[in-house]
Design a protein around this ligand. Structure first.
Ligand SMILES: C[S@@+](CC[C@H](N)C(=O)[O-])C[C@H]1O[C@@H](n2cnc3c(N)ncnc32)[C@H](O)[C@@H]1O
Length: 237
């Protein structure tokens, strides 16, 4: 059990309890399954929880006006980031996490059941394959990804899942301008437009950016390609 407590303005007691339970589960399971390189509770709070929750203001702004819960897909979520913190903080959103590695998906399912996160689903699979399924392709209001790939590669793995009018949020470092510029053509080919850079700060005033991409037209049927081709020749080269 961790002795420290997670604090975050705007979350209620029940949500804070769930974050503490999640930290305990991660510390515990990480000993056996090597799920994340971040292992101390305080680092989990800062690097996983607070960093994942940096999107809350943006999501409030992007939330569509509709009666059914908005749908968010987190791609390459690893041990569940940012998907699990967002599912705790946003009970009125329907959150799906897509992850290729079985043991990481099993951890996420364990967390879902332990924390009773009824708005959260973990799915094992590869993005470039699932993007061809009707129930996934162009079916999400928001798609997120943190630490998965450089933006030219990432765009092809993520934008096909976003519905036209929805958004893709890419967690990036302090100054992603160059990476974004080299990905602009790829993003456009896939039906997206860079809408804005959302800057935020973590501890010690370290600055990070979420790149916000809006889906403006449907993704052409040929994308995404097989992963080896995406990697070998990223779009827009
Ligand atoms: C560096 S980890 C980042 C995990 C998490 N997003 C985070 O920020 O802590 C990247 C994860 O993406 C998964 N992944 C890589 N390529 C993928 C793909 N094509 N489809 C689904 N998951 C993928 C890997 O298994 C790995 O767990």
């Amino acid at each position: 059990m961790t002795t420290h407590k997670f604090q975050y303005t705007g979350l209620n007691e029940d949500q804070l309890t769930k974050f503490n339970q999640l930290a305990d589960l991660l510390v515990d399971q990480n000993r056996v399954h090597n799920l994340t390189t971040i292992t101390a509770a305080e680092d989990i709070y800062a690097r996983h929880f607070v960093d994942s929750l940096a999107a809350l203001e943006l999501l409030d702004e992007l939330k569509p006006e509709q009666s059914e819960p908005p749908r968010l897909l987190d791609i390459g979520s690893g041990a569940g980031f940012p998907a699990l913190p967002l599912a705790i903080a946003l009970p009125d959103w329907d959150i799906t996490s897509l992850e290729a590695t079985g043991k990481k998906v099993r951890f996420q399912e364990h967390a879902r059941n332990s924390l009773n996160l009824t708005n959260f689903t973990a799915r094992q699979g590869r993005a470039e394959i699932l993007a061809r399924e009707d129930t996934y392709r162009e079916n999400f209001d928001v798609v997120t990804a943190r630490a998965l790939a450089e933006l030219r590669v990432l765009a092809e793995l993520t934008i096909p899942f976003v519905r036209v009018g929805g958004h893709f949020l890419a967690w990036k470092g302090p100054d992603p301008a160059e990476e974004v510029d080299s990905a602009r053509q790829a993003i456009q080919l896939l039906g997206g437009r860079v809408r804005k850079f959302y800057d935020y700060q973590l501890a010690q005033n370290r600055k990070f950016t979420i790149v916000v991409i809006k889906k403006v037209t449907m993704t052409p049927a040929e994308y995404p390609r097989e992963f080896k081709n995406i990697k070998k020749s990223p779009l827009g080269e």
